[in-house]
Design a protein around this ligand. Structure first.
Ligand SMILES: NC(=O)c1ccc[n+]([C@@H]2O[C@H](COP(=O)([O-])OP(=O)(O)OC[C@H]3O[C@@H](n4cnc5c(N)ncnc54)[C@H](O)[C@@H]3O)[C@@H](O)[C@H]2O)c1
Length: 405
């Protein structure tokens, strides 16, 4: 079967680049979102997120009428689900996956599904969710039993490089059966230049979670090193650089914690599925989650040496050169410092300067003039370009190592 029309559910960081890229490949794409603002913005040929070149691609896809946005789905050959999969706090100290958005999006497309259609779950999901998508559809529409194709194709793009990586990355595809894997591979081969590796849906689901847990565990190691080095008065950046000269050592970089929609979230899905077994994965999460508090204490310590300390917080995003604040340790630290009442806190985040409303943001120039303490929370390019001469009379707490020597 040839794919002509594709519905993409969820027009965020993953769904919008995917929908617009598919439109530029010639598919008729309907992007669906529950947000009026998102739908209106896209139909006006504009975008609501920061991602390099996405504005150009969306504008041209909308202008050519290959991409339209809507609040409701329509019939299509394939449905791609790219809705959020956050966690919910599970009473104690644990976090459980919240697949309610996937369930809602599945229910929303179910009335439009026809025999032979392909449903792809792109959202990062706990093991069993792809099968759950199929079960939801068949519970509502029993006549579709065994007549639709359902597969998981986890997304592994890097924010800031999404449009390129959507096309170039290798993909894992896991269907609920072989026919579903094949059908999904047929679609992805039309736009994906990377290799496509086919497996079952449970392995595909766990593979994505494992990729992010691998990163989390390794960042936890670097973060733990940063605490040890601080205690022993060793420069952690130099230490890691030297240790990495070993041919089989590759330590990642520490930071103020771990944020974002993926690495700070997905390992909990494994912990929730196998709590007794996932001991290292849980500990890594705990180490990374504890780092913001450590940074706050360090700033408080420095601030206690000033009468009326002015603290410049450089960056709120969860990583460099993006506007994404989800699970951001930088935002958490800044909020805590503001609530601690230890002086004047001046946050700077160039990537959300016009849209952020929670508290006032300051320009980098103003902060460089006024701050006694400079807390680097994100390694945005513009922070790295600061004239070092401005730093001489300031206490610098650099959690990202942008001024490492
Ligand atoms: N952002 C990333 O870098 C990244 C990378 C890999 C995987 N993922 C995964 O991709 C999925 C989507 O993430 P994202 O970053 O695009 O999220 P996002 O929050 O940026 O976008 C999700 C969009 O879905 C919409 N939505 C919510 N419920 C809906 C529904 N029932 N129907 C239609 N739209 C609905 C929201 O309004 C929002 O616009 C998540 O599972 C995430 O873990 C994200």
């Amino acid at each position: 079967m040839k794919f002509e029309k594709i519905v993409v559910m969820g027009l965020g960081y993953i769904g919008l680049p995917t929908a617009s890229m598919l439109a530029t490949k010639g598919y008729q794409v309907l992007g669906v979102d529950v947000s009026y603002t998102v739908v209106d913005t896209i139909n006006a040929g504009e975008i609501h997120i920061v991602e390099p070149d996405l504005d150009i691609v969306v504008k041209s896809a909308v202008k050519s009428r290959k991409l339209t946005a809507s609040l409701v789905p329509e019939k299509a050959d394939a449905f791609i689900l790219a809705v959020p999969t956050p966690f919910k706090v599970n009473g104690s100290n644990s976090k459980a996956p919240d697949i309610s958005y996937v369930e809602a999006a599945t229910l929303a497309v179910t009335p439009f599904i026809e025999k032979g259609n392909l449903i792809i779950l792109e959202s990062t999901s706990p093991v069993g969710t792809t099968k759950r998508v199929y079960d939801i559809i068949v519970e509502e529409r029993p006549e579709l039993c065994d007549l639709i194709y359902v597969a998981h194709c986890p997304e592994r793009v890097l924010p800031g490089h999404i449009l390129r990586e959507l096309v170039e990355n290798d993909r894992i595809i896991g269907g609920i059966n072989d026919a579903s894997s094949k059908k999904a591979s047929d679609l992805y081969r039309t736009f994906c230049n990377g290799n496509i590796y086919v497996t079952d849906c449970k392995t595909a689901e766990l593979a994505k979670l494992v990729e992010n847990s691998f990163r989390d565990v390794n960042i936890a190691f670097a973060n733990e090193l940063s605490l040890i080095c601080d205690k022993l008065d060793v420069n952690v950046w130099e230490l890691i650089e030297l240790a990495n000269k070993h041919p089989r050592v590759n330590i990642l970089q520490p930071g103020p914690g771990v944020g974002g929609h993926c690495i700070a979230v997905d390992p909990w899905f494994i912990v929730d599925s196998a709590p007794s077994e996932a001991r290292l994965i849980r500990t890594a999460r705990e180490v990374n989650d504890a780092k913001p508090e450590w940074v706050v204490e360090k700033v408080k310590n420095s601030a206690s040496k000033f009468k009326n300390p002015v603290i410049g917080c450089l960056g709120l995003a969860f990583k460099a050169n993006i506007d994404d604040l989800r699970e951001s340790p930088a935002l958490k630290i800044t909020r805590e410092l503001m609530n601690a009442g230890i002086g004047k806190v001046m946050p700077c985040e160039p990537n959300v300067q016009l849209t952020f409303t929670e508290f006032p943001l300051y320009s980098l120039d103003t902060i460089m003039q006024e701050a006694d303490i400079l807390l680097v929370l994100v390694d945005h390019n513009e922070f790295g370009e600061i004239d070092r001469g401005f730093l001489d009379d300031k206490v610098v707490i650099d959690t990202r190592g942008i001024w490492r020597k």
